[in-house]
Ligand binder design. Structure first.
Ligand SMILES: [Zn+2]
Length: 444
């Protein structure tokens, strides 16, 4: 008998790569990594586990990868609702951020986001916010995987005062997290429109040299595209292509207003798209042309965006919305079938963020980032196709267990390494201070 640390025996295991749903199988974990996925009876004959976990009604999937969020913004949840994107930012969010954002805000906001995401089966998040070193440190503390966003901007924030400082701090952090088992990094920019050509050219050199992802909000609103056309004579993505930045390193978040030429460009250059359906709907931005992007062969991942724009961080709902919106806008009921929705919420995100060799599927050799969903609950019963049951009638409350790199992050629905009550107390304290202050959302 071979010793393994953990043997998870589940009613179903969806491996994603290869694309298979296996009944009555087991997942063997040793040293934080997946050793094998094999029939349960065979696993019991071969392995002597230190811990055996039986989940008789459950679907076991790769941990969900939230390919785009702003974790610390969870502290701003619900503070600027009901505004379209531009007013939401200028009147709602930016004044609050100027007043409040610092290391303690990012620490407490990121902890709140991590608590919510782990409980919802998310094992990895791609982050975009000031003080990425603090977000990364909180992820490590909670035992969660994180792609820390190294912010590049022209204008000052609490984190950096000018463009050279953004580059210097980002490069230091890139080096600090090189080869970290839980944290990797990407360069991030709020949008291309705010960056000068010279800054984008500096970014291109770095992205090429370091083989790093570059994550940007792109084509979120008509105003952004019009402004770019006026100033640069091209759509934002076409401008990036002209500067040599459209490549498999580029991650275009939103892509709501990708036209036929932009979709062709995306397919030709191999850039990735992160679809954030809830945030796009809530802010009135529109719906990304996901069926056309997929048909063209573009890799489309899923993101929650921040909880200030989406109100929560729930990839199970994003899977369902992606599936429903694709069917409703294309007339093809299987444009995003359940298996594809699950792939978008796992492996596609890992591919976009450059970590598909570490996570995103239950493939032997990868880190054991694993989520169990209880399909014995009412809205799922009786189960015909387990992945369809999860995407079509499941919810994040189905999540019972989460492992990240083989370590328990959620057990029986309870956070293993975070004190949930303390996280909530700190978040509530921030809200009390914010509401007592005069700086808040203003409407003109
Ligand atoms: Zn965003």
């Amino acid at each position: 008998m071979e010793t393994v640390d953990t043997l998870v025996c589940a009613r179903w295991i969806a491996t994603v790569d290869p694309d298979a749903v296996l009944a009555d199988h087991a997942l063997a974990i040793r040293g934080g990594r997946i050793v094998a996925v094999l029939p349960r009876a065979e696993a019991q004959a071969r392995y002597a586990p230190l811990e055996r976990v039986d989940r008789p009604h459950h679907l076991c999937t790769p941990g969900l990868v939230n390919a785009h969020t702003h974790a610390a913004m969870t502290l701003l949840r619900g503070l600027a609702d009901g505004l379209p994107l531009e007013a939401w930012l200028k009147q709602g969010i930016w004044p609050l951020e100027r007043r409040w954002v610092g290391t303690e805000f990012v620490r407490d906001g990121t902890d709140l986001a991590i608590a919510e995401m782990l409980a919802a089966g998310i094992t990895c998040f791609g982050d975009m916010y000031a003080f990425p070193e603090v977000a990364a440190e909180r992820a490590v503390e909670a035992g969660m995987r994180c792609v820390a966003g190294l912010v590049i901007a022209e204008s000052p924030t609490a984190w950096a005062g000018h463009v050279d400082e953004y580059f210097a701090k980002s490069l230091d952090l890139h080096d600090a997290f090189r080869d970290h088992p839980l944290v990797s990094t990407s360069f991030v920019a709020h949008g291309a429109t705010g960056l000068e050509d010279a800054t984008l050219e500096r970014l291109r050199v770095l992205v090429d040299q370091l083989d790093s992802p570059l994550v940007m909000h792109l084509h979120e609103t008509a105003g952004e595209i019009d402004a770019c056309r006026r100033r640069h004579g091209a759509t934002p993505v076409a401008r990036l292509a002209r500067l040599g930045l459209a490549s498999p390193s580029l991650v275009a978040v939103h892509a709501v207003r990708f036209g036929a030429e932009d979709i062709e460009l995306a397919a030709r250059t191999g850039l990735h798209v992160v679809h954030c359906p809830t945030a796009n709907l809530k802010l009135g931005s529109g719906v990304a042309p996901v069926p056309a992007l997929l048909a063209a062969g573009v890799n489309v991942a899923l993101g929650s965006d921040g909880a200030a724009s989406a109100n929560d961080l729930d990839l199970v709902r994003e899977m369902r919305l992606a599936s429903l919106l694709a069917a409703g806008t294309s007339g093809d009921a299987s444009a995003v079938a359940p298996g594809l929705a699950l792939r978008m919420a796992t492996l596609a995100g890992a591919e976009a963020l450059g970590i598909a060799d570490r996570t995103g599927s239950l493939t032997p050799g990868k880190w054991a980032d694993v989520t169990c969903f209880d399909l014995g609950r009412l809205p799922a019963v009786p189960v015909a196709d387990p992945v369809a049951a999860l995407v079509g009638s499941g919810g994040r409350d189905f999540v019972t267990d989460v492992w990240v790199a083989g370590r328990r992050a959620l057990s029986g629905g309870r956070l293993a390494r975070l004190d949930a009550a303390d996280v909530v107390t700190r978040a509530t304290g921030w809200r009390t201070r914010m509401l007592a202050d005069h700086t808040g959302p203003t409407r003109e």
